[in-house]
Design a protein around this ligand. Structure first.
Ligand code: NDP
Ligand SMILES: O=C(O)C(=O)[C@@H](O)[C@H](O)C(=O)CO
Length: 283
């Protein structure tokens, strides 16, 4: 199959991002490298890893192999990684970013995120300042956050004068994040959806999703991912399987009617699990 042309968007710092990317949580070892390399071959350009996934080495290896094979140019890829809670703090963030770059074995980190805000520790502003220093140093190209609420974003903007390029958050039809997306739109922050398929929960069996799959003659997964695209959020579905990776990326040849986008958003019922950034902490 020919490479899928995933459309691009421009972030608030002028860099390029994609309308859909690849999640890599649990893609480890040789199989993980092969899965990420296959995805790049399919046309995925945004790759999402984290220190805490323990697979930065694998993601970097897949990038090198794909570039060496001529499947992609290095500059077309947006390799994202994340600073874990145990590395919060100005100096700690700098050390963390440098270490991630070394583990990835790449010339730079394209997008570095704070993985969780951990508000009780109260070091996310200093962490972000460390990331800005990494950007100055050229270790990192773009800086963003993950799991930040509106007040946390506002504080970051007020105290550093810098608007994060991306906020990667839990977002799927059960949790469409309407208020947060409106805040992002107002401030020029790109929304990125984690667990966009609600982790293959009963969402893909939902009668509305299945009916729409019939209407549009696509799969339930494609209905859900197209919904993300039309909300203006970049979903990062994870799949270890090259065929499912193709299915997931192939959502740019049809469009949902706005009434169907609204109907899918009407499935809202809350978070999948207890991942409220005000209380949940990860180290
Ligand atoms: N910032 C944060 O705090 C968080 C970030 N993330 C990021 O988001 C990414 C995606 O989220 P994740 O939690 O993995 O969940 P997803 O919603 O992406 O679901 C992944 C599951 O769906 C399955 N799947 C994928 N494609 C299909 C398909 N076409 N048909 C049927 N099943 C399918 C996968 O199985 P298979 O592999 O067998 O195809 C896997 O079991 C993560 O990998 C990670 O990069 C996730 C959680 C938190
Ligand atoms: O996958 C991630 O990025 C996470 O932050 C996970 O720890 C996630 O919070 C999770 O898997 C919880 O069950």
């Amino acid at each position: 199959m020919a490479t899928i042309d995933i459309p691009q968007v421009t972030l608030n710092d002028g860099t390029t991002f994609a309308e859909l990317g690849l999640g890599t949580y649990k893609l480890t070892g040789d199989e993980g490298v092969a899965a990420v390399e296959a995805a790049i071959g399919t046309g995925y350009r945004v790759l999402d890893t984290a220190v805490n996934y323990g697979n930065e080495r694998e993601v970097g290896e897949a990038v090198r192999r794909a570039v060496d094979a001529g499947a992609v140019q290095r500059d077309e890829l947006i390799v994202t990684t994340k600073i874990p809670g145990r590395h919060h703090g100005y100096e700690e963030a700098i050390a963390s970013g440098r270490e991630s770059k070394a583990t990835l074995g790449l010339d730079r980190i394209d997008l570095l995120l704070i993985h969780w805000p951990n508000p009780r520790v109260d070091k996310y502003v200093d962490t972000f300042r460390g990331m800005l220093a990494l950007r100055e140093e050229g270790v990192v190209r773009s800086v963003g956050v993950s799991n930040f609420t509106e007040p946390m974003l506002q504080r970051l903007i007020d105290e550093t004068g810098v608007v994060p390029a991306v906020n990667q958050v839990e977002l799927h039809p059960y949790f469409p994040q309407g208020a947060l997306r409106a805040f992002h739109a107002e401030h020029g922050i790109r929304t990125e959806s984690w667990s966009p398929l609600a982790r293959r929960s009963e969402l893909l069996q939902d009668p509305l999703i299945r009916d729409l799959a019939e209407v549009y003659q696509v799969t339930p997964t494609q209905i859900v991912l197209r919904w993300h695209v039309q909300l203006g959020s970049t979903p990062i579905p994870k799949s270890s399987d090259p065929e499912r990776q193709i299915e997931n990326a192939d959502v740019f040849g049809f469009a949902l009617d706005e009434e169907h986008v609204a109907a899918i958003s009407g499935l809202e019922r809350g978070r999948l699990w207890d991942g409220d950034p005000d209380t949940h902490e990860e180290f």
